[in-house]
Ligand binder design. Sequence first.
Ligand code: ZN
Length: 375
Amino acid sequence: MLGKSYKLATFAGIPVKLHWSFGLLVITLLFLEYRDHQSIYGVGFMALYIIILFLCVVLHEYGHALTAKRYGIKTRDIILSPIGGLARLEDIPEAPIKEFNIAIAGPLVNLAIAAGIAILIYLRGLPFIPDFVSIVDLYNPTGLLSLVLVVNLALFVFNLIPAFPMDGGRILRALLSIKLDRVVATRVAMYIGRILAVGMFVFAIYSWGMVLAVISVFVWYTSGAEYQNILLKHKLNNTSVSDIMLKDFSKVTLDTTFHNLINTFKTTGENNYLVYNDEDKVIGTVPYAYIADVVQRRHVETVSQQYKSGVQYVSGQTPLLQLFDQMQNEGVAIVAVRSNDGEVVGVLDRHRFSDWMKQLQNPTSFITRLFSKRK
Ligand SMILES: [Zn+2]
């Protein structure tokens, strides 16, 4: 999300961060409270409400994070913003039951808190709904208890709305995935989420609920993004390296000059190259960054003076998803594709890979770019 977050503390190895706008919201709320009632006591209670609400949201997020941990999935951090909390998991499991458990754990935490408070109110013989005339009447321990009860019930219900990025969206997708293909399940969940987003937006405009309006726009986009993500992952898993590799690639030798290499780059559009020795064996690579460096500094003449030794080989049958991780994690610019009898039959570099991915997400822009390159 946009802008800076500040780390508050770390529990169970997960940093809890506060988005700057959340701090701004708190200050605004406290200011409005003071302006309307001129009471330090009221401001104190308001601050207490905010801290408690904040804790309930944090506990909700820990519900997700700790359940994910049980499945071996780490949580990068938990971010709190005015439109809600977010536990950023490093992965979302594909097994429906795991996704379901992780998603429902958050709302269940709020339900558990609500149940605990309801029992407390009942045991103490207090009224569940205190009779109050204005919000000021809530500034006492009984009012506090009922407010926390209401807030947690609201968090429970709100998060179960079946629309991404709300937990209900994930729960819905997980349930649909039991019977449907994951891509189809996500598409259906996206449509349902978007219909709800339109409904929420209309209601928000009608009732002047600005936070709800922001959330509905967010739901619309997140639903689409979630679907695009799953679609991309599916395509990456079902396309192999040989489907998109460059078969007719330029070979570079140790005495190729960078002058020639830059010309090749201009005519063929290839960004990264394999370096061959005299015996026609691959001994290294010239990544695009090296060429750019020579263009800028003009300090070397031939490839022998500036190349990266060693090369990574992959088989043509490798799924792109696997190669994608390899390229990301190890910073590989180009791989040599080897046939079963050990011959190099093609190359695949970051550039070609990302062009292919862009084309998936936006076919028209890919075509425009292809044509504009040929000009
Ligand atoms: Zn949640």
